[in-house]
Design a protein around this ligand. Structure first.
Ligand code: SF4
Length: 445
C-alpha cells in the first residue's frame, strides 16, 4: 500500500457534505450563495433542446478473459459468459432507457465470437456503438473490416506507452505496441473513429507527454485521448499496488505537458480519476467533473457477481483540504477505494468554479449532447438535482441496479474456460513476478 488513508481523510457523500459539513458555495470564491440540494426525489434531467434524456452511455463487458496479461488488470477472468441472446437483452435494456450509446468492453471484447453480430444489433436499436480494445485482433485487417461493416463507429485503443519496452512490461507480452499501431491504421482505413485510452501508472507516469508528441506526429488523424489514473481497488491492481500505483505527483508535470500539447494542437481529451488539484488548468476535461456538472448517470453490466450497477454519484474520497477548496462541489476527489493513494497529496484550490463549469456546459463541439444554457440556468438545475444514490457513501461503490436483467451466466463451458485461463495465467504470473488477485486463484470457483 502506498501511503494509505491518512487519518484526516474521510468519505463525504455529497448530501452529507452539504448537510453537516462546511457551507460551500457555487460560483467560486466570490459567490456567497450557499449550495443546498433539495430533498426532491430522483430527477430525470431532460436535455432542454431536444426534450429527451441526456446522452447517457452504457457499458457491457462481453467477455472477461483477455489475450494480454496486464499486472494491474482490474477485471480479470471470471466464470461468467455471454451468448448472443444474453447480450441482446442488455442492448435492449439500454435502448429502452433511451441511452445514446453502448461501449463494448471486457476483458478483451474482440475475443467474443459474436461481437460483429451484437454490434450490428446495437446499431439496429439506434445505439452509438463503441469498443474498448487492446487492438490485438483489430491488427488483423479482415477482422477490422468485419467490425466496421457491422457498424462499429468508435474504437478506444488502449496504449499505455509508446516505448516498446515499457508497453511490453505493462502488457506482460511482446509486440503489443506494433499490433496496436496496426489496429489503429486498420480502423482509420475502414472509417472507424479512434480514441487512445491510457491508464496512468507508475511505469508510464514520467513520459505521458512523449506519447502525445508521438501520436501527433505519426497518427495526426487521432483527435481524442482518454486518460485514466490507475484504479488500485480491484483485481491484480489491488495486489500489485507497489509496482504499478503512481503517486499523484509522479505524473502531474508530464500529464500537464501532455494536455497542453493536445490542447494547443486542437485535440480533445478527458481525464478520469485525477483530482482537480492535479489538473486545475484543464479542470473542464475531468470525467468526474463533467459527469457531476452534467448530472449524468452510467450503467455498467459487469460480467461477474456485481452484475448491473447504476452510477449517479461521482465523488470519491475527500480530505480536510477539500473542505476549504473552491472546487469541492464539482470535484470527484481522490479515487482510492483500494487504499493505494494518499489524501495528504490533496491540496485546496482557490480558483473560480464558474470557469470550469462554463468550460463543460459550453463545450458543444466535443460534446453534442449538451444543450446550450447559461451558468445561472445550470446553477439552478444543479441545486435541484438529487441523484438517486445520494444516500450511499462513495466507499460502497455504485449500487446494484434492482430489476435489471441478469448479466451472463456461469455455464460448464464458462467454468472450463475459467479453469484453463486460471492455469495459464498462473504460469504467466510466476514467470513475470506478478501477483494474481484472490478471485483468480480461488479453487472453490
Ligand atoms: S482539494 Fe479536494 S476538492 Fe479540491 S481539487 Fe483537490 S481533491 Fe478536489
Amino acid at each position: 500500500m502506498i501511503g494509505g488513508r491518512g487519518s484526516a481523510a474521510r468519505w463525504l457523500p455529497f448530501d452529507l457534505y452539504h448537510r453537516g459539513g462546511p457551507n460551500p458555495t457555487i460560483g467560486g470564491q466570490n459567490s456567497r450563495r450557499a449550495f443546498t440540494p433539495s430533498a426532491a426525489p430522483d430527477i430525470k434531467l431532460l436535455d432542454p433542446a431536444r426534450g429527451e434524456p441526456l446522452a447517457n452511455i452504457g457499458y457491457i463487458q462481453v467477455v472477461r478473459h483477455c489475450n494480454h496479461f496486464c499486472g494491474f488488470c482490474s477485471n480479470p477472468t471470471s466464470p461468467y459468459t455471454h451468448d448472443y441472446e444474453s447480450m441482446k437483452v442488455l442492448v435492449d435494456d439500454f435502448a429502452d432507457r433511451d441511452y445514446f450509446g453502448v461501449i463494448l468492453t471486457g476483458g478483451e471484447p474482440t475475443l467474443h465470437p459474436e461481437l460483429p453480430r451484437i454490434t450490428e444489433y446495437a446499431r439496429e436499436r439506434g445505439l452509438h456503438v463503441r469498443m474498448i480494445t487492446n487492438g490485438h485482433r483489430l491488427a488483423d485487417e479482415r477482422f477490422a473490416e468485419e467490425m466496421a461493416s457491422a457498424g462499429l463507429q468508435l474504437v478506444h485503443v488502449s496504449v499505455y506507452s509508446v516505448k516498446a519496452d515499457v508497453e511490453e512490461k505493462l502488457r506482460g507480452m511482446p509486440d503489443t505496441l506494433d499490433r496496436a499501431f496496426r489496429a489503429i491504421e486498420n480502423a482509420h482505413r475502414f472509417g472507424v473513429d479512434i480514441n487512445i485510452n491510457c491508464v496512468i501508472n507508475r511505469l508510464n507516469a514520467s513520459h505521458l507527454d512523449e506519447g502525445i508528441a508521438y501520436w501527433i506526429e505519426h497518427h495526426p488523424y487521432i483527435r481524442h485521448f482518454v486518460w485514466n489514473n490507475l484504479d488500485p481497488s480491484m483485481g491484480r491492481a489491488e495486489v500489485n499496488q507497489r509496482v504499478y500505483t503512481p503517486r499523484l505527483a509522479d505524473f502531474e508535470v508530464s500529464l500537464t505537458r501532455a494536455l497542453r500539447l493536445l490542447h494547443e494542437s486542437g485535440r480533445t481529451f478527458r481525464v478520469e480519476k485525477v483530482p482537480l488539484c492535479y489538473m486545475t488548468e484543464f479542470g473542464w476535461a475531468s470525467t468526474e467533473t463533467r459527469k457531476i456538472v452534467k448530472m449524468e448517470e452510467r450503467i455498467v453490466h459487469f460480467l461477474d457477481d456485481k452484475q448491473t450497477v447504476r452510477q449517479t454519484y461521482w465523488g470519491h474520497l475527500y480530505s480536510d483540504a477539500c473542505t476549504v477548496c473552491s472546487l469541492r462541489p464539482i470535484c470527484g476527489g481522490l479515487f482510492d477505494r483500494g487504499g493505494g493513494y494518499d489524501t495528504d497529496e490533496l491540496y485546496p484550490v482557490f480558483l473560480p468554479l464558474k470557469d470550469i463549469v462554463l468550460g463543460v456546459i459550453t463545450d458543444q463541439e466535443s460534446d453534442p449532447s449538451l444543450a446550450a444554457r447559461s451558468f445561472e440556468e445550470w446553477e439552478a438545475e444543479f441545486a435541484a438535482y438529487n441523484p438517486a444514490t445520494v444516500e450511499r457513501t462513495a466507499e460502497d461503490g455504485p449500487p446494484r441496479e434492482e430489476g435489471a436483467p441478469s448479466v451472463g451466466q456461469i455455464t460448464e463451458k464458462g467454468r472450463k474456460l475459467f479453469a484453463a485461463k486460471r492455469n495459464s495465467d498462473g504460469r504467466r504470473a510466476e514467470r513475470l513476478g506478478v501477483q494474481l488477485a484472490a478471485e483468480e486463484t480461488d479453487a472453490s470457483e
